[in-house]
Ligand binder design. Structure first.
Ligand code: DX5
Ligand code: ZN
Length: 215
């Protein structure tokens, strides 16, 4: 199973995203946390930033939308050139229609689940999604502690994916001490903010995380 490491620029220097992305050539994708201060109690950046990053980044972008009304906004991020656009199940009114609109605009479509959201209803619609994001912290902030009790949900999603090309992403508290646990439960796509950009050599941190996640 391929292992993907996706540094989150939430932990990078907000005044220098282009330069920060140049520091992580070993990354598979760049994770962009879009927060609106409604769906989560924090505010980051929106579509104009992602449009510009898509132009300057040598790496593909993985956009994590922590916003209300993703049905309205998500396709625009796909049209901006994001590789993957993931929206929250709790915020979507029409998740399948939104996933189809993301795909129609040229990106992979992801569905994200807060820690207490049951994944069951979405597993029946897995053909509509290219990624399932199991949040391993409450969304909103970097630097929180990994919630080990979410591994049952990761195993449930892994069993449902079977042979499909659906990426199983975990986000929140991923670091050298936790990535092996998430990998063993079946995750293949790992977001890491502080564990990459909080290190003096972020690219070396990616290579270390990749080795720890690899079988
Ligand atoms: C949290 C964000 C994460 C965050 C992870 O809501 O979705 O992507 O950047 O940060 P760490 O890896 O520091 O927990
Ligand atoms: Zn995220």
């Amino acid at each position: 199973m391929a292992v993907r490491i996706e540094p989150s620029i939430l932990s990078a220097d907000f005044s220098a995203f282009a330069a920060e992305i140049e520091r992580i050539p070993s990354a598979d994708l760049v994770h962009c946390d879009v927060m609106d201060n409604h769906f989560v109690p924090n505010l980051t950046f929106g579509l104009p930033m992602v449009q510009r990053l898509a132009q300057v980044s040598a790496l593909p972008l993985d956009v994590h939308l922590m916003i209300d009304d993703p049905d309205r906004w998500a396709p625009g991020y796909a049209a901006a050139g994001a590789h993957t656009v993931t929206f929250h199940a709790e915020a979507a009114h029409e998740p399948i229609a939104t996933a189809r609109a993301i795909r129609a605009a040229g990106a992979r479509a992801g569905i994200a689940l807060k820690p207490r959201t049951d994944v069951g209803p979405y597993l029946a619609a897995l053909a509509e999604f290219d990624q399932v994001l199991v949040m391993t912290v409450e969304p909103g902030f970097g630097g929180q502690s990994f919630m080990t009790d979410l591994m049952d949900k990761v195993r449930e999603v892994r069993a449902a994916i079977g042979g499909r090309d659906v990426w199983l992403q975990v986000d929140g508290g991923i670091g050298t001490d936790t990535i092996g646990t998430a990998a063993a439960a079946g995750a293949d796509t790992f977001v890491a903010g502080s564990a990459v950009f909080g290190q003096p050599d972020p690219d070396a941190a990616i290579r270390h995380l990749r080795a720890l996640a690899s079988p």
